[in-house]
Design a protein around this ligand. Structure first.
Ligand SMILES: Nc1ncnc2c1ncn2[C@@H]1O[C@H](COP(=O)(O)OP(=O)(O)OP(=O)(O)O)[C@@H](O)[C@H]1O
Ligand SMILES: [Mg+2]
Length: 266
């Protein structure tokens, strides 16, 4: 990928008025957002809000109906599949599930994209695999099969696979979903450690507020396809938007509505 963005001092990701419709359904409405180089953005929002769709737009797997998406200084809307492949080479994805290939070893899972690209020597690929597994603290399971691993370990292997490609942009879709507290902590700590590594920009989609608070420089919140918040953690906490507050404090909203039902019944 060209790094025109660096020289121009612009952002790694820039959305301007992006809208997406699936059939009759408007899934994203006029989303504008900026992710500066080297920062971590968290995207918060309830189920079906449109968070994964934002990641798919960045990957070029969904085309917007209107708007512009700049990745590293390059407009990606309307790029051909071949042009998009170059852009994708600088990105890595950590999916909602770990999405490992079950029939090959951890080592092969981590290295497959590098072998597939065919540009690096075998020696370099092996050292990338070792370095990535070391980063996630799983040096000793290179020859294990995914079926032998816990969910948390699989997620860490998925992160190692993302890192092996030396990405400039890492996209995570619900990286801590379904993990126990210890593995959640490990994954959050990995994301924090990657923050501040040279030229790594990260986008973390999550509905877990604690994860977002800990990893993000700034956050956006999506509600029914609209961006209803864009700012820092402390700005989020102080937001007076009712939809933001309802997301942050669902218990308060639920107990208030219980009270309503209760008083109505009295
Ligand atoms: N390819 C598609 N075709 C039709 N509708 C789609 C498609 N992809 C997503 N949608 C719809 O768009 C809306 C947003 O989906 P999206 O996956 O972005 O939500 P999300 O915020 O990631 O939700 P979750 O937290 O449950 O993962 C949903 O209503 C979904 O059903
Ligand atoms: Mg999703």
């Amino acid at each position: 990928m060209q790094s025109a963005g660096n020289t121009l001092g612009s952002a790694m990701i820039q959305f301007t008025d992006v809208s997406v419709r699936f059939g009759e359904r408007q899934v994203l409405k006029n989303i504008s957002m900026t992710v500066p180089f080297g920062e971590t953005l968290a995207i918060l929002g309830g189920s079906g809000a449109g968070k994964t769709t934002i990641l798919r737009l960045i990957e070029g797997l969904v085309q917007p109906d209107t708007g512009s998406i700049m990745v590293d200084g390059q407009e990606i809307v309307g790029l051909s599949e071949q042009q998009m492949t170059h852009v994708r080479n600088a990105m890595a994805l950590v999916f909602q599930g770990a999405a490992l290939f079950d029939s090959v070893t951890v080592r092969e899972n981590v290295g497959y994209r590098l072998w597939d690209q065919g540009t690096l020597s075998e020696k370099t690929i092996e050292s990338r695999i070792a370095e990535s597994l070391h980063f996630v603290g799983l040096d000793d399971i290179a020859e294990a099969m995914p079926g032998e691993l816990s969910g948390g370990m699989k997620k860490r292997v998925a992160i190692a696979r993302a890192l092996a490609n030396h990405p400039r942009l890492i996209l995570y879709d619900e990286p801590t979903a379904g993990l126990d507290p210890i593995n959640t902590h490990i994954v959050k700590e990995l994301i924090c450690r990657l923050h501040g590594q040279e030229h790594v920009t990260q986008i973390v989609v999550t509905h877990d507020i604690e994860t977002a608070y800990q990893v993000a420089d700034h956050l956006i919140m999506i509600h029914q396809g609209e961006k209803i918040f864009d700012g820092t953690v402390s700005e989020l906490k102080m937001s007076t938007d009712e939809r933001v507050q309802a997301f942050l404090h669902p218990d308060a909203v639920l107990s208030a509505s219980d009270e309503g039902v209760y008083s109505a019944a009295r």
